[in-house]
Design a protein around this ligand. Structure first.
Ligand code: FAD
Length: 492
């Protein structure tokens, strides 16, 4: 299994859950091993691309002894997010693993069906414990306990269906799920366990005298410290916009996020073309970058194809044309978007800044959009950003929320100024929702923005309540996301 997740934004709140999850199935390693791959890390980009991972978290299951992976395990919001559901899907995968070689250490997860077979378990044991978990057909408890006890010796776990009342009564089992234990000395009986839960059954069986972990070499537990990079803090001014952030965002967007797609066609390709047109026309940054974007836009516009391999885009973007003055940095260097830990802020912060910059620039330089089909369409920028987010932004949860907000009110936008304010308002909705969230950087608490220190005039008190002076907010946004507020400090 490869379990792939993004280290930032919505998904980072699941980081603690994932750690817990991996810990919870660590003992299953002889049958099924879990590895986590962070596709937000550029160094993993090739692998993530090969596994066709666009959204996070995504699962890829690999059958034993093959490099082929199954698809269709993108993690959906809702019930699927529950970790037991993920464990169950791992068990289903193991049980369906009938073709090809099953992992030799994978125990049978099928129930012992016939009462006579259950009774024969009591006789045929070889001096160790045999635990029989009685349960309903749909229960996963027995299978989880079987896998939990896999690396332990002196105990064998079986599951049996508790549908035969007569057998249960005979054994003195009052309800299911329940554990019936045959001791090495052949005495046996129902075990009264405080709660009929997987963790209670497994912990009890592991604590039995003589039951201990086999001395086999097992995969090493991942070290939490392993991937922590040492970063040098860059001092910066919160009232300024940094070229380094916008260029790092473009680098990540073009070379990592979009590059997760092997090829683009249909609506995806149209979204890419429109998005590139927007940034080519409106990006207020340095000339070499603008030239690269223009070249990319012209090339995309001239393509007669309705499907392109993304490698062709990468070839163009990666062309080292620094000498000819066409160039985009090929690494990230966050300044206003740096986080106090490597997994915080960075790309999503940069993407917001890029989006705000584009809405402000569309209002400030409407002539830049002449001939693109976007001129005179105040919603065009927002609609294109909306399509980018729902089609390509790796954080699926973010895309879903953004789409909900767009459906609610984007249609009401009538002027470029309203577009600037719409995005500002919605970003503040996200800020409020994420306050106190694990993705919040303690050094950059989520709060309505701009804060009073950044824009005192934006804030006023109406009848004792804090409120916005939206005229002032608009002026502030236009100044903050303007070319004049861009600082090239730290840009390579
Ligand atoms: P960010 O919120 O990323 O803000 C970046 C910078 O923008 C701030 O430092 C500030 O300078 C400026 N800014 C802040 N507020 C505003 C505003 N109202 N108007 C203009 N400028 C502002 N994460 C989730 O967990 N769930 C989600 O649903 C979600 N949705 C997202 C949707 C989009 C489109 C994007 C781009 C990101 C989304 N994220 C979501 C990520 C999340 O919003 C943050 O980007 C991330 O947590 C990093 O936060 P940050 O502290 O760097 O500040």
């Amino acid at each position: 299994i490869v379990n792939t997740h993004k280290s930032w934004c919505a998904c980072s709140s699941y980081a603690a859950q994932w750690q817990k999850f991996v810990g919870g199935v660590f003992d299953w390693a002889a049958a099924i091993r879990v590895a986590a791959l962070d596709c937000a890390e550029e160094k993993n980009h090739q692998v993530c691309r090969a596994y066709d991972i666009h959204f996070y978290p995504t699962f890829r299951y690999f059958r034993a002894f093959t490099k082929e992976f199954t698809t269709g395990e993108n993690f959906k919001a809702g019930a699927d997010r529950e970790l037991p559901t993920v464990r169950r899907s791992m068990i289903d995968f193991l049980q369906n693993h009938t073709e090809g070689g099953r992992p030799p250490a994978c125990p049978s997860l099928e129930p012992v069906l016939r009462p006579s077979d259950i009774l024969s378990l009591f006789e045929n044991h070889g001096g160790h414990y045999v635990a029989v978990i009685f349960e309903s057909n749909s229960s996963y408890v027995g299978r989880e306990v079987i896998l939990d006890l896999l690396p332990y010796e002196n105990v064998v776990v079986k599951r049996a269906l508790g549908s035969d009342r007569a057998v249960l009564e005979k054994l003195g089992v009052p309800s299911v799920p329940a554990c019936y234990l045959i001791y090495p000395n052949r005495t046996r009986g129902f075990v009264n366990i405080a709660k009929p839960l997987r963790s209670f059954f497994s912990a009890y069986l592991k604590s039995l005298p003589g039951v201990r972990k086999k001395m086999l070499s097992s995969p090493e537990k991942p070290s939490e410290e392993e991937n922590v990079e040492t970063q040098v803090w860059r001092e910066f001014d919160r009232s300024r916009l940094y070229t380094a952030d916008l260029e790092s965002t473009l680098h990540y967007l073009l070379r990592v996020e979009l590059a997760a797609h092997r090829s683009l066609a249909g609506e995806e390709l149209k979204t890419l073309k429109d998005f590139i047109t927007l940034i080519a026309k409106l990006f207020p940054g340095r000339l070499p970058v603008v030239k690269l974007l223009e070249m990319l836009q012209e090339w995309l516009a001239s393509l007669p194809l309705d499907k392109i391999p993304y490698n062709a885009v990468l070839d163009l973007v990666n062309n080292k044309m620094r000498i000819s003055g066409i160039f985009l940095t090929d690494h990230v260097k966050w300044v206003g978007c740096q986080g106090s830990r490597p997994e915080l802020r960075g790309y999503p912060c940069g993407l917001w800044k890029l989006f705000h910059t584009l809405t402000v620039q569309a209002g400030a330089r409407p002539e830049a959009l002449a001939g693109t089909g976007f001129e005179g369409a105040p919603q065009a920028v927002l609609q294109t950003l909306r399509r980018y987010v729902s089609t390509f932004f790796g954080c699926r949860e973010c895309g879903k929320h953004f789409e909900e907000m767009a459906q609610e009110s984007l249609d009401a936008v009538r002027t470029p100024d309203q577009a600037v304010l719409w995005l500002w308002r919605k970003h503040n909705v996200v800020n409020s929702r994420l306050a106190g969230h694990p993705s919040e950087d303690p050094r950059f608490p989520k709060a309505p923005w701009p804060t009073p220190d950044l824009c005192p005039a934006c804030h006023e008190e109406v009848k004792g309540l804090d409120s916005w002076d939206e005229g002032q907010v608009l002026s502030f946004l236009k100044q903050h996301y303007s070319r004049g507020n861009l600082l090239d400090t730290y840009s390579a």
